[in-house]
Design a protein around this ligand. Structure first.
Ligand code: NAP
Length: 262
């Protein structure tokens, strides 16, 4: 069993920790004895989680209310995290929705790009230098099975997830020489609030947040990326075996069916 605190550092910073996969990462790392910094907009949720975790485990939980779509979001957290030895950064916060691109709201699309892509770039760039100095650390990115192919009716979201997956995969290579582990986890439909926000259904064989967290931690330090769940692995592989035209068409059909059956 890996001692995560020794291997990476005492603190884990998790964006999007007020629900779903981020909340589950907070539980898991608390169980493992690490201190956690929880970031999201819904502060009441973060406080509730802090109380729960600190009463069960011997760790410190620091909740920070931040909207990651704001241009100056990092200034709001900087002085609260600066003195902490952040060993693991989990770029988890994200949202999407299903709609034809032309019917979607431009402000929502821009916000999505900021939360799903710009915020991970800024946070990673700010937090990495100290990891490099300490010669240890880990980065976790949240991709998706929609990162493997363009996906009509959720075009911008799929593009943001491809961005996250490419960023994570490239950093896996760049940061090896600094002894920093990077993994991108690509979940398929997972039982979280994501689908309420996205106005979508989960599709067949939904997975749990705990499944996604366990899959991630198994892959961390071993490979650049991982797909969560057997069915999702088949979807990811098949998108590489058939033509681009057919891949996009099938992705569109599946995505439309998830939208219509809500
Ligand atoms: N669930 C799935 O089927 C699925 C599949 C593939 C990939 N993913 C990825 O998994 C990650 C986690 O999603 P989830 O499924 O756990 O969904 P979720 O339950 O809806 O959680 C999303 C989290 O992101 C936070 N967030 C959203 N907008 C934010 C903002 N502007 N500023 C700060 N925090 C913000 C939310 O917190 P607040 O609302 O409190 O701010 C929440 O904690 C996402 O990156 C998503 O793309 C999910």
């Amino acid at each position: 069993m890996i001692n995560f605190s020794e291997k990476y550092g005492k603190w884990v910073l998790i964006t999007g920790a007020s629900s779903g996969i981020g909340e589950e990462f907070a539980r898991k790392f608390s169980e493992l004895g690490l201190n956690v910094i929880l970031i999201a907009r819904r502060f009441d949720r973060l406080l509730k989680l802090k109380n729960e975790l600190e009463s069960k485990f011997q760790n410190i939980v620091l909740p920070i209310e931040v909207d990651l779509s704001e241009n100056n979001f990092y200034e709001k957290i900087e002085n609260q995290i600066n003195d902490k030895e952040i060993g693991i950064l989990i770029n988890n916060a994200g949202f999407g929705y299903r709609k034809d691109f032309i019917e979607s709201n431009i402000d929502d699309n821009v916000k999505m790009v900021k939360v799903n892509c710009i915020a991970p770039v800024i946070l990673t760039h700010k937090i990495l230098p100290k990891m490099i100095e300490r010669k240890k650390g880990a980065l976790i990115f949240l991709g998706s099975i929609v990162a493997f192919q363009p996906t009509p009716t959720t075009a911008v979201y799929a593009a943001t997830k491809a961005f996250d997956a490419y960023l994570g995969d490239a950093l896996w290579y760049e940061l090896k020489k600094h002894n920093i582990d990077v993994v991108t986890v690509n979940p398929g439909g997972t039982e979280t609030e994501f689908h309420l926000v996205a106005k979508s259904t989960m599709g067949p064989f939904p997975r749990t947040s705990r499944n996604v967290v366990d899959t991630t931690l198994k892959a961390l330090g071993k490979k650049p990326s991982v797909v969560d769940g057997f069915y999702n692995k088949i979807l990811a592989v098949s998108s590489r075996l058939i033509s681009r035209k057919l891949t996009i068409t099938l992705a569109g059909k599946i995505s439309e069916s998830l939208y219509q059956s809500k």
